[in-house]
Design a protein. Structure first.
Length: 279
């Protein structure tokens, strides 16, 4: 019980979010429920899911199987593209509540901006209503670029507290993160190990890992949390999720952060929210 302790980072609305959580993409069924319960009992509190992942039922079951009270767990889910728009957002959210078997979620995100539909603003407005009703503790977005965030703010006067983006040393998203930081929006990295970009294969990552006596994956994750970004690596293996959370016993030097910047592939290699859409 509580093998690990994970610090939190403050949110714009006065709340806070754990710096390290667990993603659930690709995991389903009893395997996910059993693993998630053990992960929570080990000390994880931030759990990330989405309607599109088709695993909210298993996530809810894993939370119930754990020995940790629901109010101590930070559950994130997301509004799918097919659920964007007035009325549809509330309906989709209520479906998520039923699948998760919970009365509220801690963080609700718009999964993708899907600009061709032009429904992000009214989706955001309805999410703010859910927040006002106490059904959602915090509201944010995923994969939004600066101009798309500006649209939400101009329409409502409210910034998202989180923007969950593709983020790793190999996709450093420097300009996007600067925009978020200037407005107090927390960056949360999905696929933070940068496997598709081969971040873990880079010589400099292995060199730094050997220097600190840690795993390459820990170096890559430490790069993010050291800059105040939340990470949600996914794993169903206990030793791996324990390693993923063991990021606070070492610190990267300024020179090591500079060295890691050399593996950044640039913004053009990230999925483009101006064109990439999901339903």
């Amino acid at each position: 019980m509580n093998t690990i302790t994970i610090p939190t980072v403050p949110l714009l609305d006065g709340g806070s979010i754990p710096l390290v959580g667990t993603g659930t993409l690709f995991a389903k069924g009893s395997e996910l429920a059993d693993g998630l319960a053990e992960c929570i009992n080990d000390g994880y509190r931030l759990i990330d899911t989405a309607a599109q992942y088709a695993n909210e039922v298993a996530v809810g079951e894993g939370i119930r199987r754990s020995s940790v009270p629901r109010e101590e767990i930070f559950v994130t889910t997301k509004i799918a593209g097919s659920e964007q728009g007035r009325g549809l957002t509330r309906h989709g959210f209520e479906d998520s509540l039923r699948r998760l078997n919970t009365d509220y979620v801690d963080l609700l995100l718009i999964h993708w901006p899907n600009p061709s539909r032009g429904l992000a603003v009214e989706t955001w407005q309805e999410m703010l209503e859910l927040h006002a009703e106490g059904l959602v503790k915090h509201v944010g977005v995923s994969n939004f670029l600066p101009h798309q965030l500006e649209e939400l703010y101009q329409a409502t006067g409210v910034w998202p507290v989180v923007d969950q983006i593709q983020l790793s040393p190999a996709l450093a998203r420097t300009e996007v993160r600067a925009f978020l930081a200037e407005r107090g929006i927390v960056a949360e990295g999905w696929r933070p190990l940068g496997q598709a970009e081969h971040a873990l294969d880079q010589i400099i990552v292995h060199t730094i890992a050997e220097r600190h006596g840690v795993e390459p994956s820990q170096v890559v994750l430490r790069w993010a949390v050291q800059q105040g970004a939340v990470v949600i690596p996914a794993s169903q293996h206990r030793q791996r999720w324990l390693s993923n959370a063991d990021l606070f016993s070492f610190e990267l030097t300024d020179q090591e952060m500079i060295d890691l910047a050399t593996i950044d592939l640039g913004e053009a290699k990230a999925w483009d929210a101006n064109t990439h859409e999901e339903w």
